[in-house]
Design a protein around this ligand. Structure first.
Ligand code: SF4
Length: 408
């Protein structure tokens, strides 16, 4: 990368150079995440890094993304003369990447292609709002090399969608899935449970309706009441109520039972896939493989240190375009802390954690990191341990979030 690059605004003044990453061979990421922070509307429960109704920022976002990508370079090591990072998976999340529309998506990929090069068999995922999925958008996604669309459907019930403050209806989800399937794209459908006022019967209807659409992958998330959201404020005022804990559990168990019966493998706490359709990108996260990440609030990981970009879209844009460091939190882990984290994310998967692989990947013995905790979980029926693999049971998965404090 040159020490200074020519301004894209045509002034001819050199811009300050951003630091360039030269990856060691073993740590060179094969996975990248791009955060697209734009939404039409902020859903009442959402605390993600995004701006709603600020399409005026899109041009500066594109400029900043191009600048941030300048630090992604593997040229010296790759030996192929290119400044691109070769990828097995690329994931565009947000926000709502589909909010960019067909032309915006083409522009985004033109910028990404300067530094990120998905392999010919790469998984290229894009998050989409059902309302954005038009024939033109699907054609643009195909032209850009997208292979998989993660559709923020959340429900196929009009009352639940209203309760979740979503801006689409059930027919929008059905139409979007149809268009994506007609184009041969892999569809992952998000569903949400424990929405305000949602009954177990409503969840069961949603699961049946989702199965009828035959997406290759389904993610089921339980509504969480995040601080600072409109939902949390309404709950404090007594206008909204959280589902009782036993109802939340019944909904989760129903999802596991019904989706497994329909041929979906429950391979991670919240994720279900038809054979051969696990999300490869998320598998890389759960394996703690290194990944690159760009955009506001995006977190990158080199196997030991996680660096999260500033969460404010406007601050991230300003800092990147000024050539300043756009990092927010830096989490540099010791070898043992990294091993603990590896164990926790590994146990979210139904395959569990295999002792030999854990030792080889982390350099730490599983029993020295978490032996007493595993013994307690097994005694309580929350995990199984056959001497080789440690796996959470269904009872353990149901309370998994409460177990991690035993290890971390
Ligand atoms: S569309 Fe998704 S990212 Fe955007 S506000 Fe709603 S939940 Fe959040």
């Amino acid at each position: 990368m040159p020490a200074a690059s020519v301004r894209r605004d045509g002034t001819g003044h050199p811009e300050p150079a951003l630091p360039c990453i030269r990856y060691a061979e073993a740590m060179r990421p094969r996975h990248a995440y791009v955060h697209v922070p734009f939404c039409r509307h902020r859903c009442g429960y959402c605390d993600f890094t995004l701006v709603a109704g600020r399409d005026d920022l899109v041009e500066r976002y594109f400029a900043a993304l191009g600048r941030e990508l300048e630090r992604v370079s593997s040229a010296a090591e790759s030996g192929d003369g290119s400044a691109c990072l070769a990828l097995d998976t690329l994931y565009l999340g947000g926000g709502t990447p589909s909010h960019l529309g067909p032309d915006g998506l083409r522009r985004l990929f033109a910028i990404l292609r300067e530094r990120l090069r998905p392999a010919s068999d790469a998984e290229v995922s894009l998050e989409a709002n059902p309302l954005d999925v038009t024939p033109d958008f699907v054609a643009a996604a195909q032209d850009c090399g997208v292979t998989r669309v993660s559709l923020g459907g959340q429900s196929l019930d009009a009352a639940t969608l209203r309760a979740l403050d979503r801006d689409h209806g059930p027919d929008d989800v059905r139409r979007a899935v149809g268009l994506l399937h007609d184009a041969g794209l892999v569809v992952s459908l998000d569903l949400m449970t424990a929405a305000p006022g949602q009954s177990l019967t409503a969840v069961e209807r949603d699961l049946a309706a989702a199965v009828a659409l035959a997406p290759a992958h389904i993610s089921v998330y339980c509504l969480t009441w995040e601080q600072g959201t409109a939902f949390a404020a309404a709950r404090r005022r007594g206008e909204l109520a959280a589902a009782p804990e036993d109802l939340e559990r019944a909904m989760f168990e129903s999802a596991i039972d019904r989706l497994e019966a329909a041929g979906y493998e429950h391979y991670e706490v919240s994720n279900f896939a038809r054979p051969g359709h696990r999300c490869r990108h998320n598998e890389a996260y759960w394996d703690c493989r290194p990944w690159e990440a760009v955009g506001p609030g995006a977190a990158r990981f080199d196997g030991r240190t996680r660096i999260t970009n500033h969460r404010s879209t406007t601050t991230w844009i300003k800092r990147v375009l000024a050539g300043e460091d756009c990092s927010g939190a830096v989490d540099a882990m010791s070898a043992e802390d990294a091993a603990r984290e590896r164990l926790v994310v590994g146990l979210r998967r139904r395959d569990g954690v295999e002792r030999g692989e854990f030792l080889a990947a982390s350099g730490c013995n599983l029993d020295s990191v978490a032996g007493p905790a595993v013994t307690r979980w097994v005694a309580a029926g929350l995990a199984t341990d056959d001497g080789r693999n440690v796996r959470l049971t269904r009872a353990g998965l149901l309370v998994s979030d409460t177990l991690w404090a035993d290890v971390l």
